[in-house]
Design a protein around this ligand. Structure first.
Ligand SMILES: [Zn+2]
Ligand SMILES: [Zn+2]
Length: 374
């Protein structure tokens, strides 16, 4: 009886929310929780924390003709930057300049081009670290990924060119036309550089547009990336063969994983300048590894990631990435909210029934209690 009394008192003292207010509160809280989960999924912390010592023990060398080639180049990689175009660290998380170098060395590369999105901020530091600490193992060429909403191109510059002579070459604001692309190619060539057109299949699939290969060729572009990450571009391969454009492999590494190829070259000496000269001569061949190399380097899981992972997994029900671009599944989100509102309606129904039952029982007990009172 005491319990029933208590329930009645609770009901009496509870703040009076009418059905509309309860619905608004429910809608607000559930939307907020889902929004937080989606945001944590999209902008959440990377999964791993990297240490330079991670890359100490394991290394890999691909199978290739060592009498014909002496350079294994990766034409495309990214690092952690402050400026430029920020992109999501995704499953992994960006590497520092030294870690980028170590990752390349562990996979058997002895040459790499740094190509951050629309920024040259890490170029000097990466080259300095390579020269000071890893000169016998790898050479780094300066570059940038000219990243726009219609095309991505890697610009590569002579290792001895002062950074001021090319660091102004970034995409202009506003619409990117064939004329803008042609101007960028001319500026790059004027600075002694090379233009590589990146991942044409990705651009067509994700951005939906791309200047035609013919237009790029007549505009003066030097190379096409024949393999980007794990994707072989057969149309571009044939186009390069027929039109004398150069071919490269680009890992497009945003976080450390296995790779699917190497750009093979034969440089006259093991220096950045000799590798760049050979690149200018367009004497490259692409080694494609369709199944990917192994990658047996252990990285530490991030505690923040572990703590937020459940929220990220809820967010992943409504948001997804297509090739690095976040999308919201609005239909799925709508259906899930519909479930929630049906559940709310059912709870409301039970609420009414429960209140009625408690009041009825309270009433009964109270009248009994009165009689029992002495
Ligand atoms: Zn790109
Ligand atoms: Zn890239």
């Amino acid at each position: 009886m005491r319990n029933l009394e208590k329930s009645r008192q609770k009901l009496d003292s509870a703040p009076k929310l009418n059905a509309k207010m309860r619905l608004a509160l429910f809608a607000g809280i559930s939307t907020l929780i889902i929004a937080i989960c989606i945001l944590v999924y999209i902008f959440g912390p990377p999964a791993y924390v990297y240490e330079n010592s991670d890359w100490g023990a394991w290394s890999y060398t691909p199978d290739y003709n060592t009498t014909k080639w002496n350079i294994l180049l990766d034409a495309h990689s990214h690092e952690k930057t402050n400026g430029g175009l920020l992109t999501y660290g995704g499953d992994g998380g960006y590497l520092t300049p030294e870690q980028n170098i170590l990752w390349h060395i562990s996979l058997g590369y002895n040459a790499m081009i740094l190509t951050d999105h629309n920024t040259y901020e890490n170029v000097e530091e990466t080259i300095r670290i390579a020269e000071e600490k890893y000169a016998s193992k790898i050479v780094v060429l300066p570059g940038c990924e000219w990243t726009t909403t219609t095309i991505h191109c890697n610009l590569v510059f002579p290792p001895d060119a002062p950074i001021e002579s090319y660091s102004y070459i970034v995409p202009p604001k506003g619409e990117i036309t064939n004329e803008t692309i042609r101007k960028m190619i001319n500026q790059t060539h004027a600075a002694g550089g090379i233009v590589i057109v990146n991942h044409i299949p990705w651009t067509l699939r994700v951005l939906g547009v791309n200047a035609s290969r013919e237009a790029l060729l007549s505009g003066g572009a030097d190379y096409i990336e024949i393999v980007n990450q794990n994707e072989w571009d057969n149309d571009s391969y044939k186009f390069c063969l027929e039109n004398g454009m150069g071919m490269v492999f680009g890992s497009d590494m945003h976080w450390p994983v296995e790779v699917y190829g190497y750009t093979l070259m034969n440089a006259s000496s093991f220096t950045a300048q000799a590798v760049f000269d050979e690149l200018k001569n367009k004497r490259t061949e692409v080694l494609y590894i369709p199944h990917g190399t192994p990658y047996e380097v252990e990285h530490k899981l991030s505690l923040a990631f572990v703590a937020l992972r459940p929220l990220m997994q809820i967010g992943a029900m409504f948001a997804y990435y297509i090739d690095g671009i976040a999308n919201i599944d609005w239909m799925g989100l709508g259906v899930f909210l519909a479930y929630l509102y049906v559940a709310f309606g059912i709870l409301e129904l039970f609420r009414e029934k429960t209140i009625q039952r408690i009041c009825r029982e309270c009433g009964k007990r109270l009248s009994k209690g009165k009689r029992m009172k002495r």
